[in-house]
Design a binder for this molecule. Structure first.
Ligand code: GRF
Length: 190
């Protein structure tokens, strides 16, 4: 059986990218082909290089170039692109050419706390400010609208009124580390 070949796009620390790489390292069904970043100095790049996995760095200008992204994915025979803390908007033509082939993780229970400017700590602050009794993560397909693609899976955690923004962040991080690879595994097996 052919393995599903995935590309990871990441801009930051890469804890999600590293977890996914680790989860699939001995998989007979999925292989991580490369990690792409729009930031030369992103910690994810060094960390992935140490694992011997190919890294590709592009500029912010190139991140808007659908043809370039499509060519890179074609050259590597990529089946799915996984956005793991990737902070650039995916260009429309690239999305149109990869229908239900680009997956994102968002650190809230969409449609709550999604949209422009809602990423990382900004999401957790907004959750705290609106006194939510729960939060969670959403794994969804990417379409032409920010955080509005079809939802694949959601995982929740409860919040207490005393939880600080940092505590919320830690709870989300734990959900991501546990469930993001599992959700991908299920999706790619279907
Ligand atoms: C994660 O919280 C993810 O949900 C969000 O960006 C963060 C990335 O963290 N989209 P890392 O770079 O994977 O450590």
């Amino acid at each position: 059986m052919f393995k599903k070949r995935i590309a990871l796009f990441a801009s930051g620390n890469g804890s999600n990218a590293l977890r996914i790489i680790d989860y699939f390292k001995d998989s007979s069904t999925v292989s991580v082909e490369f990690v792409l970043s729009n930031k030369q100095n992103a910690p994810v790049i060094e960390r992935v290089k140490e694992l011997g996995i190919e890294t590709i760095v592009i500029s912010n200008e190139e991140a808007e170039d659908s043809e370039l992204l499509l060519r890179i994915c074609k050259e590597h025979n990529i089946d799915f692109v996984v956005l793991a803390g990737y902070l650039r908007k995916i260009p429309a033509d690239f999305v149109a050419n990869m229908p239900e082939r680009i997956v994102n993780i968002h650190p809230s229970l969409l449609p709550k706390f999604g949209g422009k400017g809602m990423y990382g700590i900004h999401v957790h602050r907004a959750v705290k400010e609106s006194n939510e009794s729960e939060t969670g993560i959403t794994i969804h397909f990417v379409n032409e609208e920010f955080d509005k693609g079809k939802i694949i899976a959601q995982y929740k955690t409860t919040l207490s009124p005393n939880d600080s923004v940092e505590v919320i962040q830690t709870k989300i991080h734990q959900l991501e580390q546990t469930y993001f690879p599992v959700a991908l595994d299920k999706l790619l097996a279907s």
